[in-house]
Ligand binder design. Structure first.
Ligand SMILES: [Zn+2]
Ligand SMILES: [Zn+2]
Length: 340
């Protein structure tokens, strides 16, 4: 084995996050930074305490909602380069959730792109992922194993509505567990409102209001509060974050059928997922073919790997002739977060 050559790194992790020395900022820092460039508003990527934040325009209201109205934050558009110290930075669609961005950094004649979380499947609630040419691509790999392959979102949407119709015919209310940012709005977009009323847990309803304000078209819904539970019995669709599983109002719904929608449904590896009546395979992360296709399209030979099944994915890429290396970060699989 040849010894690893010292690699000039435009981005490297320090105790705070993925740091760009030339630009004087961190991408998605897990500790407070003087300047945080945020890929998207999921909790493992967007944390409190940084002095200044930069994110896509559509992320700004969501970040204020989650981190506090008083944060210092600047919105940027996609594909609009701006100067940061010695670096030129731009944001590009990641297709993960509304406002999610890849971060392109150019300095000293090199271009690095940090994917953040991303997916390649169609999602009516956010801009599609755009491949950006670069020297080094830092990819997430939440589902970086060949077993992870997503069915067509359209097929999953049909299954979801068929389940709802069946349950309504049986006078049962559907309770669908979904992460409050992204997954819930994507599922909502796929629901057929002619079947019955749709109710959103307040945590989901708040974010959905921000999606609508950003111009995302979504079926009508009501806020899931105690006072309206009686109107929902016998066939409504209620979207709940996994963290609210024990909510008092749920018990008042009468007979229910529950389900979850996640990439983890592909293997049903954990007991938690098996406890639902139904599981729908829908993820906001790239599946195995999506990861490989993306790396091929981008054309970078150096691939930083983080956020997921890092070791096997690095090994796989190196066997395919890439110069792949792991990057240690504090991001986690946000699809499970709400259930923690
Ligand atoms: Zn995420
Ligand atoms: Zn993440």
């Amino acid at each position: 084995m040849k010894p690893a050559a010292p690699r000039p790194a435009l981005l490297r992790t320090d105790g705070i996050g993925l740091r760009c020395e030339a630009g004087g900022f961190h991408v998605d820092p897990w500790k407070p930074s003087p300047c945080a460039v945020i890929t998207h508003a999921h909790a493992d990527h967007a944390r409190r305490g940084s002095h200044r934040y930069i994110a896509h325009h559509d992320s700004v209201p969501i970040l204020r909602h989650r981190l506090g109205q008083d944060i210092v934050i600047e919105g940027r558009g996609y594909d609009e380069p701006f100067a940061m110290g010695e670096a030129t930075v731009s944001l590009h669609p990641a297709g993960h959730v509304l406002g999610s961005a890849q971060v392109r950094v150019e300095a000293g004649g090199e271009v690095w792109v940090v994917s953040g979380d991303y997916k390649r499947d169609h999602d009516p609630t956010c801009r599609a992922f755009a491949p950006v040419a670069c020297d080094v691509f830092i990819t997430e790999c939440t589902f970086g194993l060949p077993i992870y392959r997503w069915p067509e979102p359209r097929v999953v949407a049909d299954e979801l509505n068929a389940w709802w119709r069946d349950m309504r015919a049986q006078q049962r209310t559907c309770v669908l567990y979904a992460y409050s940012l992204g997954k819930a709005q994507r599922l909502l977009a796929h629901l057929d409102p002619s079947i019955g009323p749709i109710a959103l847990h307040p945590a989901i309803d708040d974010i959905t209001t921000l999606y609508r304000a950003a111009g995302v078209a979504l079926p009508e819904s009501v806020r899931f509060v105690k006072e309206i539970v009686k109107d929902l019995r016998g066939g409504a669709m209620v979207l709940i974050p996994p963290s609210a599983a024990g909510a008092e109002a749920l018990a008042a719904l009468g007979p229910v059928s529950d389900a979850s929608a996640s990439g983890w449904m592909r293997t049903r590896a954990s007991r938690r997922w098996r406890s639902y009546d139904r599981g729908f395979v829908m993820s906001d992360h790239a599946d195995w073919p999506g990861l490989l296709r993306t790396i091929e399209e981008i054309g970078a030979k150096r691939i930083g790997v983080t956020h997921g099944t890092v070791k096997p994915f690095v090994r796989y890429l190196n066997e395919k002739g890439y110069d792949a290396f792991p990057i240690d970060t504090a991001y986690n699989a946000d699809e499970t977060e709400g259930a923690a």
